[in-house]
Design a protein around this ligand. Structure first.
Ligand SMILES: Cc1cc2nc3c(=O)[nH]c(=O)nc-3n(C[C@H](O)[C@H](O)[C@H](O)COP(=O)(O)OP(=O)(O)OC[C@H]3O[C@@H](n4cnc5c(N)ncnc54)[C@H](O)[C@@H]3O)c2cc1C
Ligand code: FES
Length: 274
């Protein structure tokens, strides 16, 4: 019988230093005969390292035909530190994909506003890559992204290259500039007045620290964006990732199963950020 908790082995093909304490790992299934990993933007995996345990990480790249996928990991505790010490050709275990995707059916042909803070750009990148790969299926795209300092902006070159897509605007900000920074300073919400999308019809997708999501949603609502068109990716402590242990349970919902992506209408019912 198939055991859901039995991890698949994946090999690290490439490692990129994105920012201090943040690395992006390109992974592939060790035995491709076991099939390609099928996932959608917004879903996550449970990644395990013997001796260090298991933790959730979001797919940070769009589903690709070559079967490779990426995760971007911020070093925080023992598992993430051990991951940062790994090298190319090392192997880790993964379970999943788990959770729901971003609302892919609700964003087609719509104008899209993406709002990210720090490492919160990782899950959004998977969707943004997919949107730009199928550019004609979407309206105007604006991306508002902020980090603490210029060095902490992840995927910097890729984000700058997104600006080359038609009908696309990228707005970047940092809390604390350095001598290399000629752009905006301050929190992401300070950039909202630059957004030119029609608030009545555009869909907003946010990911970042809870405090950023809370204040960004407040400001977005003030600009006239509809609460039914706002979605956020939430982080909760997780153990099983598969709706079994109850670790991530809030008011009748399992964040690992019913989320991690929720509409603002759902978040209000769960009394998150409302
Ligand atoms: C659905 C989901 C997707 C995630 N995707 C990513 C990702 O793409 N990249 C990434 O770097 N991290 C991601 N995380 C967070 C990641 O799982 C934690 O950073 C990781 O578990 C830390 O493990 P550790 O053993 O290194 O640190 P620990 O020692 O377990 O924790 C270090 C610190 O981080 C806090 N922490 C740990 N896990 C969480 C959590 N889930 N929510 C809030 N605080 C937490 C702990 O309270 C502690 O203060 C995601 C979390 C969830 C729930
Ligand atoms: S993490 Fe176990 S039920 Fe969600």
């Amino acid at each position: 019988m198939k055991n859901e908790y039995f991890p698949k082995i994946v090999v690290i093909e490439n490692i990129v230093n994105e920012a201090p304490d943040v690395k992006t790992f390109t992974l592939r299934l060790k035995h491709e005969s076991g099939g390609k990993l099928k996932y959608k933007p917004g879903q996550f995996m449970m990644l395990s390292l013997p001796g260090y345990g298991e933790a959730p990480f979001t797919f940070a790249s769009r589903p690709a035909s070559n079967g490779r996928f990426q995760i971007t990991v911020k070093k925080l505790g023992s598992l993430t530190a051990a991951l940062h010490d790994l090298r190319e050709k090392d192997a880790v275990g993964i379970r999943g994909p788990y959770g729901n995707s971003f609302p892919l059916d609700k964003i087609e042909n719509k104008d899209l506003l993406f709002v990210a803070g720090g490492i919160g750009m990782a899950p959004l990148r998977s969707l943004i890559q997919q949107v730009f790969k199928n550019r004609k299926n979407y309206g105007n795209v604006e991306i508002v992204y902020g980090s603490r300092s210029p060095r902490e902006l992840v995927y910097k070159d890729e984000i700058i290259s997104w600006q080359d897509n038609p009908d696309t605007d990228i707005h970047l900000t940092v809390d604390t500039p350095d001598e290399t920074w000629g752009g905006a300073c301050g929190v992401v919400c300070a950039l909202f007045p630059k957004v030119k999308l029609d608030p009545k019809t555009s869909v907003v997708i946010l990911c970042g620290p809870p405090v950023m999501i809370k204040s960004a949603i407040k400001d977005i609502l003030k600009l006239g964006f509809r609460d039914s068109n706002i979605y956020a990716s939430l982080e909760r402590h997780m153990k099983c990732g598969a709706g079994k242990c109850g670790h991530c349970y809030i008011k009748g919902k399992y964040v690992c199963l019913d989320g991690p992506n929720f509409s603002y209408l759902e978040m209000k019912k769960l009394e998150i950020n409302s």
